[in-house]
Design a protein around this ligand. Sequence first.
Ligand code: NAD
Length: 458
Amino acid sequence: MENNSNVILKKQSAYFASNQSKNTKFRIEQLKKLMRVLKANENLLNNALYKDFKKSAFETYETELAIIYHEIKLAIRKLGSWSKTKRVSSGLSNFPGKSFIIAEPYGNVLVIGAWNYPYQLSILPAVSALAAGNTVVIKPSELSLNASQAMAKIINDNFEEEILHVIEGGVEETTVLLKHPFDFIFYTGSTAVGKIIMHAASENLTPVALELGGKSPAIIDADANIKMAAKRIVWGKFLNGGQTCVAPDYLLVHQSIKKELILEIENQIKLIHGENPMYSEAFVRIINHRHFQRLIKLIDKEKIIIGGNTCENELYIDPIVLDNISFDDEVMQEEIFGPILPIITYEDLDWAIAQIKDRPKPLALYLFSNTKKVQQKVLQEISFGGGAINDVIMQLANSKLPFGGVGHSGMGNYHGEYGFKTFSHHKSIIKKTNWFEPWFKYPPYTKGKLELIRKILG
Ligand code: NAD
């Protein structure tokens, strides 16, 4: 493994040094090829996710492939303008001069993906990295093994290994990879492993983007549209079996509307997933036994008000709602990352805001309220990666919005042009003519010269 990855990395390094990946036509060709390869292998990709999660082809398209296709098309269309050298004004101190910024690729990039949306979380960063002119190694998560194998097959069969290559493996293989002096590392996964990645990267002073997790709250205030809130929350929370980094982790519900909201949530679960979600085509399974066991331990049976059925053989857990939860409950001590929805009640919005602010900055935050003042207050007072008002998750579907966390939920962002920027170094250049040079910047420093630079520099 070490030798094999060494050979590939040396090839990628030599390839980048040859400058071929910097050519915009070349980048567009790679992106077009990626699109062709993915489209031609949709069946393989769908089957792999079905094996990993029992995920339907519909959902694989909706939450994985459609987003990748959109990102590739966007990059192809916009590459010309994104990669164009940008002129900026030079200011008096550089008169007469021209100033510009060149977006240059970092070089050899490592993308480490997570298992919950294995295609999107590995391929989307790779699209941005290729668009920016880098070479890319993808290390998908070993937990979604079938998806990892499918990506390795279709990418490694179709791309030169010096440009884009998938290296499969788990902790051991990733640890070996992390010893290489990559020029950029893009990691998606847990906050705990994010620290390991950042630590390893620091040995080579490699810049990183960390797309991490955490507990993302949804606040449902007294004047929310309850029916719509319940509909959107149920869709977003139980999508992918709750294994979505930006899913609402828990609800903070105003006590005056709690009863009504719970009834609506129950209705919506039945509407979307039927009387028994175990047979719903739209309800995916827990990724493995370790996570199943972890989730079971988070369920306080006394506090279940909706659902409760589980089956380890099937890796199935019902959509479960827990009521009368406090921040001291077990389920509130870690990111849930499964189909369990705790409800915490509040009377005073300031208290709810203070509770969120007392904890690590969330990756996402959702507010259901129709009062502008409340919306402004929450947006102004709480720091979080990104979110939505009166919806969940859908901020991700707009590639004009940067996607990323803050603090413990991550650093750096991507999607659309933000992805291109993340994988580019912005090289600043000032270009001078030779017909003028300000004599007053040179010693000896006189009073007169000081007066002059005070006037010029302000
Ligand atoms: P994880 O951190 O366990 O694994 C992610 C990747 O890191 C995998 O490729 C894995 O092989 C590798 N890895 C694991 N342990 C390692 C170690 N000790 N050394 C080196 N590499 C190691 O995360 P996960 O369980 O796959 O994903 C779940 C977490 O990821 C959740 O917290 C979730 O919120 C977060 N997440 C965040 C985003 C986002 O975009 N911000 C997206 C998806 C998931």
